[in-house]
Design a protein around this ligand. Structure first.
Ligand code: ADP
Ligand code: ZN
Ligand code: MG
Length: 524
């Protein structure tokens, strides 16, 4: 197969996402009073409504409606004041009603959008962006200082209910293929689910991944779901097609289903671009089908050929009255919107003088963002220098530690907000050097002690005493007369050597700024 770069010369990828989120933070199911349960004994949270017994009548969950309106407001959607539920008919054991209650052409939330900030390091998959200058506009993107910003339309967010869970026994990895028995657990049946559908505005696997990450941050911020891709409370289908660069008509798409990580979303779409390009160049037609990304085999395989919408016989749900949401209701929900990730990043930039890059990096992960805010709250003097030092330690050391091992968990770690704040303060006040900050950081993890205790136990306090530093500088210069001569003769690069020697002499505890200044004076 060709490389992505070669493919992009001739073909333009078109990507749209369908994202399902279970409203895991609610207490009860969508249309009955059954408790929402995750991981309980199978079939212990069911009733005639969620089992679809004849004559059982559904009652919509008010809190779920509020959640979807919040989601719509947080993603710049128009909230439809009049909408209703429909029946999507199908037969499968995971849905004992034989239909899923969902929404029709008009969903609670329509016509939204998100802006994606794509860093330079993630821009490589976007064709032509390297030839753009800051402020240039091309299709739905604008070039920024550090990458580009993409406008991604959201078609709709509608309300529906989850199906039960099938467990296949006897096949490989719980798959239906080769299974001898299948069990069904209806605890999940009727769980409130919202589905967001994007416009086909995405052009790279990286944009798709960033969209999902951003949406996840927003949903977490508004508190409607725990958004675990691993546990399946946040799920995503990736639709993708290719068209000849320069043409406007869409090609036939394939749909990647059951993607359970950001990496799989990216890698699966990336593979599909290469696969479809190969097929098209070989003169084959792309079939509209559902495919599955197999991360270990690193390829996609066909799951099924797509059913058409007619097969579902979507019709209005006769047991549920249409919804009328008042302006007053919508405004009351709007008042409950918390600070959203973009607003938070902007505040970090404005209040603490952080760069856009640092601010974005901090809001990417909830835990690190919380650590930043908690450390600011307990800091003696949260000035810009402190904030910058804090951002650095979180982005480099803390994130590095979190990424090093999946089991590393900030909430149970020795890195409390107070300790991190104290450590940053030790460094910004000049009591320890940058190198020693790393040593103390590692020691907090090792020894579970406060930074001040570590500094005094290890004798790490930085020497900023002018007299002591002058003595060391004199000693080093006296010991290297040849180098001093070379330096004075124009080999100024030797400054690094002198600083290094002084540091060595002081076991790394010398204040580097003061050493540099003293050396410069004495060598002049
Ligand atoms: P379907 O009827 O197959 O579900 P929809 O029109 O509802 O298709 O779109 C589903 C998702 O696929 C949306 O996110 C949409 O943006 C995207 N999509 C639609 N057509 C294409 C295409 N030709 N290529 C890529 N994505 C597409
Ligand atoms: Zn029930
Ligand atoms: Mg569809």
């Amino acid at each position: 197969m060709k490389t992505l770069e070669e493919v992009l010369e001739k073909w333009e990828p078109v990507i749209g996402l369908e994202v399902h989120a279970e409203l895991t933070t609610l207490k009860t199911k969508m249309f009955c009073g059954c408790e929402l349960s995750f991981g309980d004994e199978p079939n212990t949270h069911t009733c005639p409504v969620c089992l679809g017994m004849p004559g059982a009548l559904p009652v919509p969950n008010k809190a779920a409606i509020e959640s979807i309106v919040l989601a719509g407001l947080a993603t710049n959607c128009d909230i439809e004041k009049h909408s209703m539920f429909y029946r999507k008919n199908y037969v499968y054991p995971d849905m004992s009603k034989n239909f899923q209650t969902t929404q029709g052409p008009v969903a609670f939330c329509m016509r939204g959008h998100l802006e994606l900030d794509v860093d330079a390091k993630n821009s490589g998959e976007r064709y032509g962006v390297d030839k753009m200058s800051k402020g240039d506009v091309c299709e739905n993107i604008v070039k920024t200082d550090n990458g580009y910003r993409a406008h991604v339309g959201i078609t709709r967010i509608h309300m529906e209910e989850d199906a039960g869970k099938m467990i296949h026994i006897g096949g490989g990895e719980g798959r239906i293929a080769g299974a001898t028995n299948s069990l069904v657990d209806y605890n999940r049946a009727g769980t409130p689910l919202i589905e967001l559908v994007t416009e086909p505005d995405l052009r790279t696997p990286e944009e798709a991944r960033l969209f999902m990450q951003k949406l996840r941050q927003i949903y977490l911020a508004i508190g409607i779901s725990d958004c675990s891709m691993e546990k399946g409370s946040l799920r995503c289908d990736g639709n993708i097609s290719l068209r000849k660069r320069g043409t406007t008509e869409f090609g036939t798409k394939t749909e990647l289903k059951n993607i359970n990580s950001f990496k799989s979303l990216h890698d699966g779409l990336y593979y599909e671009i290469l696969r479809q390009a190969q097929a098209l160049e070989d003169g084959e037609a792309i079939r509209q089908e559902t495919r599955h990304w197999d991360p270990s085999a690193k390829r996609t395989i066909v799951m099924r050929v797509k059913e058409t919408a007619d097969d579902y016989r979507l019709f209005p749900e006769p047991d549920l009255a249409p919804f009328d949401l008042s302006d007053e209701y919508i405004e009351n929900v709007r008042k409950k919107l918390p600070e959203l990730p973009d607003q938070k990043a902007k505040r970090f930039e404005e209040n603490f003088g952080l760069s856009e890059y640092d601010a974005r990096h901090l809001i990417e992960h909830r835990e690190t963002c919380k650590l930043f805010e908690d450390a600011i709250a307990v800091a003696k003097d949260a000035n810009d220098e402190f904030a910058k030092g804090l951002a650095n330690i979180i982005i480099n050391d803390i994130s590095g530690w979190l990424n090093a091992d999946e089991s590393n968990d900030l909430s149970t770690s020795p890195f409390t907000a107070k300790r991190i704040a104290d450590l940053v303060y030790l460094s910004t006040s000049g009591r320890i050097s940058k190198a020693q900050q790393k040593t103390v950081f590692a020691a907090i993890l090792e020894e579970d002690k406060d930074p001040a205790v570590i500094v005094s136990e290890k004798g790490l306090e930085q020497v900023s005493d002018t007299g002591a530093i002058e003595a060391v500088v004199d000693k080093v210069l006296a010991a290297n007369p040849d180098k001093v001569e070379q330096y004075r003769g124009g080999k100024t690069g030797l400054i690094g050597f002198f600083v290094g020697q002084c540091m060595k002499e002081m076991q790394g505890k010398g204040d580097p700024k003061l050493i540099n200044k003293t050396l410069a004076e004495k060598l002049a």
